[in-house]
Design a protein around this ligand. Sequence first.
Ligand code: ADP
Length: 773
Amino acid sequence: MRQSEPLHGPGRLQQDHELFPVHLIGSTQPYGVLMVLTESTFTITQVSQNTFDYLDIRPQSLLGKSVLDLLEPSSRAQLQQSLRTCTHHPSYVPIAITVANTVKSFDGLVHRTNQCTILELEPASPQQTGQPSGALQNNLHQVIAHLRGVNDITDFLQTAVTEIQTLTGYDRVMVYQFDQYDAGSVVAEVKPPEEVSYLGLHYPATDIPTSVRQLYQQSTVRFIPDLTAPPVELITIENSAAGPAEEVTSPLDLTYATLRGVDPCCIEYHQNMGVAALLVIALVKDNQLWGLISCHHRTPKFLPCSTRLACEVLGQLVAAELGSKVDKTELHYINSLRTIQADFVDSIANAKNFKQALIEPALRLLDMVSAQGAAVCLDQDITLIGHTPTLEEVKTLSKWAMTETSTEIFHTSCLSDVYPTAATFKTVASGLIVLKISQFRRYLILWFRPEVLQTVNWAGDPQTSVHETDEGHILLCPRNSFEQWQEIVQATAIPWQPAEITNAVALKNAIVGIVLNKADELAQINLELERSNRELDSFAYAASHDLKEPLRGITNFSNILLKRHGQALNESGIKRLQTLVKLAERMDGLIDALLKFSRLGQTALLLQPTDLNLLVPTVVEMLQAGREEDLPPLQVQIPLPLPIVSADPVLITEVFSNLLSNALKYTDKPQPLVEIGCLTHEERLEQQAATDITPDSCVLYVKDDGIGIQTRHFQNIFRLFKRLHERDSYGGGTGVGLTIAKKIIERHGGRIWVESVYGEKTTFYFVLNCKEK
Ligand code: ADP
């Protein structure tokens, strides 16, 4: 079995059709006469056997004669001219021939093929002159104007089929569009109301063999007025009784012949479909077969040559307009993509939360590339939007994407080809775009498209469109076709368009640009901050230093007053003067603390390997020495050896000294218990606040069993002069110790924080760099 005509559908008809040269079929349709003429003398070398029906002359009598001898003198010159100038594209020529003593008009079509000329004659319809009549011309103008006015591609094609149906009167007119796999689908249709719709039905590429496709690219109109009409054989000089005049060797190429015979397979298929007459107009855009306009009729239907020529013109117009409509639709789409992208950039640039700006509104991220699902992966933090694989599946996929794709953007419309696991979630993610926002961190945006099978728009239930005859013949075979097509597009999504990919890359560039800008801004702010901190430090230093002198004067003069003029004052006067001295002394203490603090920002950091196993005991000894003798000796536990850190030993001594003295101060216990240590790897994992700390740092702690601190004070105890207690309770203090400790740790690049159970215990943690190995 072979197949040659379009829209055949069933697979059983298609075994070797790819190889069958349909243009060499060797027979004609009976609605006219075909003659093959020599180029120079216009001698008839081949002719269809049906000449008697039209010309009253037996074919054998025509072979070897010049065609010019048949004609009325009026037609002769015109045909001669046409025969000389014709190309492989058929051109129209009106012809008059005397048949049985009456002059008959014919519509003639002449074209050239391999060293010979073909003349096709069909009786001119009574009202036809062969050229578009005034009415037809008017019609054509209206149709063209109407078509030009429609912009949307779908409406345009629908208008085209409606107009062609009006012009030709066929029962059903459809536009069949090829996809990137050469498969196709019906994208526009007019049909009788009682007939089943083919709109949206898909057909595999095999339904229209390559040879037929090529034929359509060359000869854009195919006309079969009666599929049931018996074929007409061609006879040649060789096989005629007239004897050889010229040898005919190769089979006749009927590519451009309107009367070309019909492949039996095509007849069978269309008869099964209930089609008796057929007109197909090819739509060739940019030298590619874009699609076909296919017209079906349930009974034989003849279309005058002039109307067919008008249809051919319309087909060319539709194809030409198609280009601009498709371009317009694409342009419109590209513009809408750009608008979405600009909107994105705007909201990301102004957003406080970058992730939030990406995922809200969710539809925007999907529309960005016309995806049905997306995942925003910021390391472990994955947000899913729309139709996606499961969180676990996306997690594994993102790991794969990070390692296995090397470019900033990767896309596929058949993910399972490169990532076989995707077969399990092909229904939601056969198509994938991976956009890497960072090469170092797992910052990705993934977009998903479902398997194309999930998105096919069947006009009706495909099952109901299938009819099987008693002999098992399939009348209309969308399902058969669908099954084949299914195999072709298995696990495949609609491909990503270049504009969509460009849009995704543009989003990444925008994100990177915005992030870089933000980093620049931050660096600028940091510089500014450093400068103002330095200024503040030197101001504090200068101010506190200068304050000391007048204060010393106040204290001295107050003391002199008390000593020398005490007798002149009453008791309350003396008390007030004593308070003045005390306050001045306190102020002196505060100024000292402030000086110490501001000096920290002025002096250089002398980093060196500092063994805490040596440093901490010295601090403990120092504190022990300063402790009142009647108090029990200090109990400081160090459960494990301490690390060697890279630090300024003088400043770190200050930190330990402040923390230890606080631990011993803020307690109600006569024998307080203090522990100093360094968190182990396991302990660090349990410590939420320590999770982001790099492995080359150590987390040290000073723990006590003292009075504890309420959670609301965790931050403000580090503020300058902040004390939580009465001035003189718990041994008094200036409220500077923790501020200094914090400043020292931060100057070392670390941080300090506190955890406490009020009334029970307090632990201060701080981070220092380990000594480089
Ligand atoms: P000072 O000890 O001179 O008041 P600090 O800056 O060292 O100043 O401490 C600030 C405040 O934090 C202290 O006044 C105290 O209220 C609280 N504090 C510090 N360490 C502890 C601790 N180990 N236990 C309970 N409270 C503490």
